[in-house]
Write a protein that binds this ligand. Structure first.
Ligand code: ASP
Ligand code: MG
Length: 407
């Protein structure tokens, strides 16, 4: 008998039939003697639909009212799922985020969970009930409804598992696990049976969309065993995300992530003197534009240097305008910008103990004649920025070169 927290994503609860199928699945666990807490997303497409409704009224609606609006999506699915369970003869009860005191800070639209009051949940579990909790939502100290950011139901589930000290947190989604790379790009991508928190964190922040990054941070902090599984096919293994020491056979490279939302901006011919990086990036950060990679070249002739960085493509136009005015101010030579770039990253904790991975990566890209525009590394990842048209080629050739298609 185990205490399991499960999360079903939007596709898994996307219709009445799917909700009934989820209820059937939950029933098999209960029949096994397990105690279940289930967190759900809104039905697929609902959060977007409501966002569009709001935008028909205001371009930038108040974040507080957006949270009141969007949390209704999950309120629909918790009640329907509880009904579907009751229809199957299971005792079930639904709770919104505020009913089980998922307390967050007041950052509407991207709130962080501070605490969860587990009393009510434990009481219901002890009364033999399946507890269904709305994902993605919480309440701040003043009683305002908050949301945790898109994809936030993953984080709700992990936070519930941490608070309840559950044996496992299972994320049911429309893929059957975490893959070595995006199977839409490389059909030979393999499902991993295990991956470390650290690697998953890199993969999530580098563009793998399987889990919300915060949920992985949470799982890693509280050491919650986190399993990604398909709600559509029966495979109880999925991918287990766990501590490094629980992983038996560690490959050197675990996966290849990519991010298509990149755009690159460069300032050419800026004076190479103290304060330049600050003068360039301060106005960018003041405009709330997040900068990812940063490269400053070695000072060329005439004491001039080039300064390049990447931003999210959504921020490209704004960043370009700001950089143009910085260019004028600093009397730099020119702004060069390119929003047809992507980032491809190798991820693996085995990199720590293996030298030469970067060289091997660059050799593969050289053989394919792919020009590397920027490079950044950490202990467990190497990322390159390359032209968008080389994305598939780069991912596939790296996947093969590092043997990720083989067991
Ligand atoms: N319904 C929210 C969204 O679409 C939260 C979630 O699904 O995790 O982002
Ligand atoms: Mg999701």
């Amino acid at each position: 008998m185990a205490l399991i927290v499960q999360k079903y994503g939007g596709t898994s609860v996307g219709s009445v039939e799917r909700i009934q199928a989820v209820a059937e699945k939950i029933k098999t666990f209960v029949a096994n003697g397990d105690k279940l807490v289930v967190s759900v997303s809104a039905m697929s497409g609902e959060t977007n639909r409501m966002t569009e409704l709001a935008q028909q009224i205001q371009d930038t609606p108040s974040l507080r009212e957006m949270d009141v609006l969007l949390t209704t999506g999950e309120q629909v699915t918790i009640s329907l799922l509880a009904m579907a369970l009751q229809q199957l003869g299971c005792e079930a009860i639904s709770y919104t985020g505020s009913q089980v005191r998922i307390t967050t800070d007041s950052a509407h639209g991207k709130a962080r969970i501070k605490s969860i009051d587990d009393h009510r949940i434990h009481a219901s579990l002890n009364a033999g009930k399946i507890v269904v909790v709305a994902g993605f939502q919480g309440v701040d100290e003043q009683g305002n409804i908050t949301t945790l950011g898109r994809g936030g139901s993953d984080t709700t589930a992990v936070a519930l598992a941490a608070a309840l000290k559950a044996d496992e947190c299972q994320i049911y989604t429309d893929v059957d696990g975490v893959y070595t790379t995006d199977p839409r790009i490389e059909p030979n991508a393999r499902k991993m049976n295990t991956v470390s928190y650290e690697e998953m964190l890199e993969m999530a922040s580098l563009g793998s969309k399987v889990l919300q990054i915060r949920s992985v941070e949470f799982a890693s902090k509280y050491k919650v065993p986190l399993r990604v599984l398909s709600s559509l096919i029966d495979n109880p293994i999925g991918t287990l995300i766990t501590s490094e020491e629980n992983i038996m056979e560690q490959a050197v490279i675990s996966g290849i992530a990519h991010n298509k939302d990149e755009a690159k901006l460069s300032l050419i011919g800026v004076p190479d003197e103290p304060g330049i990086a600050y003068k360039i990036l301060k106005p960018i950060s003041e405009a709330n534009i997040e900068v990812d990679m940063i490269v400053q070249s070695v000072s060329a002739r005439e004491g001039l240097t080039n300064f390049a960085f990447t931003v999210h493509r959504n921020d490209f136009d704004r960043a370009q305008t700001i950089l143009q005015s910085i260019c004028n101010e600093l009397e730099a030579k020119a702004v060069q910008s390119d929003d047809k770039v992507v980032k491809v990253s190798l991820v693996g904790i085995g990199m720590r103990s293996h030298a030469g991975i970067a060289a091997q990566m660059f050799e593969v890209l050289h053989q394919e004649n792919v020009n590397i525009q920027m490079i950044s590394t950490s202990e467990i990842k190497i990322s390159v920025v390359i032209g968008e048209k080389y994305l598939e080629l780069a991912v596939r050739s790296l996947h093969a070169a590092f043997g990720l298609d083989k067991e």
